[in-house]
Ligand binder design. Structure first.
Ligand code: DC
Length: 306
């Protein structure tokens, strides 16, 4: 079963996709990390970013591996990724890669190779796959299709708080204090605080940095949604969820409920309760799991789309 989770930067995709995959016991695939890994290797090798053929060769020939996360990836909840045998978990999430990845991902040769790889990974598996074109191109027949969105201001605020939390954690670690270094907590903090939008910002430097973040988000949205190939957009049959005013857990519950509904509608005619295995739920106070949380039956997927 494929759960396609698309949406723009800062919509909460990664946090939500990881959480839903963990709750359902599905494989999680971050397709953005694949485009980032290709962009990183291209920069590393000094390849001309206008050369689609050379970039496509990297995407097709250099193995991208999610199966052997580095210690750092395991310690932080970052999605561990390597390309051509080199761990690039943190390198792919730098401003240098941010600045070029949209350009790299716009080349047809790159997209063709990575879409093929994504289809191979997803075939026959239960996967939560996050990206920009999963429901429209990679798996147009995905069983559950979600498009996450949030206002640009909230998305910029989330990224801002996420970076600030990461910086604080790094500083605390550097000074020997018992800081919170987990990316998971950083994501949770940013998701929540980001929901308060611009009002939650201090004056001065922070406002300027938030403004820069907003501009960067708007620029990437424009590049991703206006490119000729597989532009960022919701599939006509995706369920659109605006996460601006929602908590992580509310969004996860809504998606898990849609999955349960789909399974009941398609696999157990007449069943009165979800047939998924016991769903693990994150405890908001920590990362412990509770098994067997019962779910309210959601509206049907058709209703949810309306
Ligand atoms: O989700 P992200 O920010 O890590 O994605 C990085 C870039 O890759 C982003 O500019 C859009 C692109 N991307 C894409 O074109 N198609 C995907 N399925 C995933 C990401």
């Amino acid at each position: 079963m494929i759960i396609a989770l698309d949406g723009p930067a800062g919509s909460g995709k990664s946090t939500i996709a990881k959480r839903v995959a963990s709750q359902l016991g599905f494989t999680y695939l971050d397709t953005g990390a694949m485009y980032r890994a290709v962009a990183w290797l291209a920069l590393h090798r000094g390849i001309n970013l206008d050369d689609g053929t050379a970039l496509g060769r990297i995407a097709a020939d250099e193995p991208i591996d999610f199966d052997n996360p580095s210690q750092e990836a395991q310690d932080t909840e970052l999605t561990g990724v390597s390309i051509s045998g080199q761990d690039v978990t943190t390198q792919i999430r730098t401003p240098q890669v941010d600045a070029v990845v949209s350009k790299v991902s716009a080349h047809a040769e790159v997209r063709r190779a990575l879409v093929d790889a994504q289809r191979r990974i997803g075939a026959g598996r239960d996967v939560v796959m996050e990206g920009r074109d999963i429901a429209t191109v990679v798996f147009p027949a995905a069983e559950v299709k979600i498009f996450l969105t949030a206002s640009p201001e909230v998305r910029a605020a989330r990224r801002f708080v996420q970076n600030a939390t990461k910086d604080d954690a790094t500083n605390a670690q550097g000074s020997g204090a018992a800081g919170d270094t987990s990316q998971g907590n950083s994501e949770k903090a940013s998701f929540m605080q980001g929901n308060f939008g611009q009002d939650s910002f201090a004056k001065g430097d922070d406002q300027t940095r938030h403004q820069q973040m907003l501009e960067q988000i708007n620029r990437r949205d424009k590049l991703d949604s206006e490119r000729d190939l597989s532009p960022l957009r919701a599939a006509t049959d995706s369920v659109i969820i605006d996460t601006s005013e929602m908590t992580i857990e509310q969004v996860c519950q809504k998606i898990v409920a849609l999955v349960c509904r789909w399974q009941c509608e398609h696999q157990c005619e007449g069943a009165s309760r979800p047939i998924l295995p016991a769903v693990k739920q994150h405890d908001d106070e920590g990362d412990s799991h509770k098994a067997g949380i019962s779910l309210q039956m959601p509206p049907s997927i058709e209703d949810a789309r309306r």
